[in-house]
Design a protein around this ligand. Structure first.
Ligand code: CP
Ligand code: NVA
Length: 308
């Protein structure tokens, strides 16, 4: 049985297997074909943070695969009142076939997983957001961008950045990360990613100058400056990230026809200008839709591993 907690635990081939299932599922859906590959299965979705895309894509995806999804916020279940994580994991996994968790500390999902008898999927922690990167890679491939990509990530060194680092390291593309001083990526994650990158030929470089990162990029991406749980730091972060907004001037430093990706929600006028969001809206909303297809691919893949 496999879990999906970070991309670090997956080989390039496995990531491509998941993506290939997603591609087929997306084709089927556009032809009106629904294969009930997870008939009668239940996905428990534990949300300790807000969500639009993750909730809608997992719930809809499970339904389209013939299964059912349960939305469990921490206001609804006893986890939020102090029932131990291990007990919660044992109970939920005794009744459900898969679990998706969005939470704060990554150690919470690791403890849950250690006590779960069914596959667990990371729907975002403070440290990683791997399901988003499956959708992002699917989107890159659809636009003809693969191992040759030069991705510039400009903004906060956060859960999205860490997942981009593992995606680049596994798939073998170049990633250039520009963060303000004091908002760098986690140094342990960087060390791990660089170690993996040696095997794939990926290059991961960190810097503080956005222009330097964007130069030569075929993809430019960013994320909110204040992630969920950092609401109190919003004002201070807006000041610290001055000069990091992706606008036309910065995008013009990238290669001609460079694409812009954003996991959403986007804060126009902060990490990205209104204009950039408008110009690149087709790819951004396709990226969002790809959450549905990529995660259906993931759930089908995880189910296949269990039945091997
Ligand atoms: N990108 C993403 O995970 O969006 P939600 O927070 O809306 O789920
Ligand atoms: N870094 C953001 C991603 C949202 C999808 C957050 O954690 O809030």
């Amino acid at each position: 049985m496999r879990h999906f907690l970070t991309l670090k635990d997956f080989t390039k081939e496995e990531i491509l297997e998941i993506i290939n299932i997603a591609v087929d599922i997306k084709k089927d859906l556009s032809a009106g074909v629904y294969k009930k590959q997870l008939e009668n299965q239940t996905l428990a979705m534990i949300f300790e943070k807000s969500s639009t895309r993750t909730r809608v894509s997992f719930e809809t995806g499970m339904f389209q695969l013939g299964g059912h999804a349960l939305f469990l916020s921490n206001r609804d279940i006893h986890l939020g009142r102090g029932e131990p994580i291990a007990d919660t994991a044992k109970v939920i996994s005794s009744m459900c076939d898969m679990v998706m968790i969005r939470t704060f500390e990554h150690s919470m999902i690791e403890e849950f997983t250690a006590n779960s008898s069914v596959p667990v999927i990371n729907g975002l922690t403070d440290s990683y957001h791997p399901v988003q990167l499956l959708a992002d890679y699917l989107t890159m491939l659809e636009y003809g961008i693969n191992e040759n990509a030069v991705v510039a990530y400009v903004g906060d060194g956060n859960n999205m950045t860490h997942s981009w680092m593992f995606l680049a390291a596994k798939m073998g593309f170049d990633l250039r990360i520009a963060t303000p001083k004091g908002y760098e990526v986690d140094s342990d994650v960087l060390e791990e990613a660089l170690e993996i990158a040696k095997l794939s030929g990926a290059s991961i470089t960190v810097m503080n100058d956005p222009a330097e990162a964007i130069k030569c990029a075929t993809i430019v991406t960013t994320d909110t400056w204040a992630s969920m749980g950092q609401e109190d730091e919003k004002d201070e972060r807006v000041k610290a990230f001055k000069g990091y907004m992706i606008d036309n001037e910065k995008m013009n430093l990238a290669t001609q026809n460079a694409k812009f990706l954003h996991c959403l929600p986007a804060y126009r006028g902060q990490e990205v200008s209104e204009e950039i969001m408008d110009t690149h809206s087709e790819i951004i909303f396709n990226e969002a839709e790809n959450r549905l297809h990529a995660q259906k691919g993931l759930m089908v893949w995880l189910d296949k591993q269990r039945n091997k």
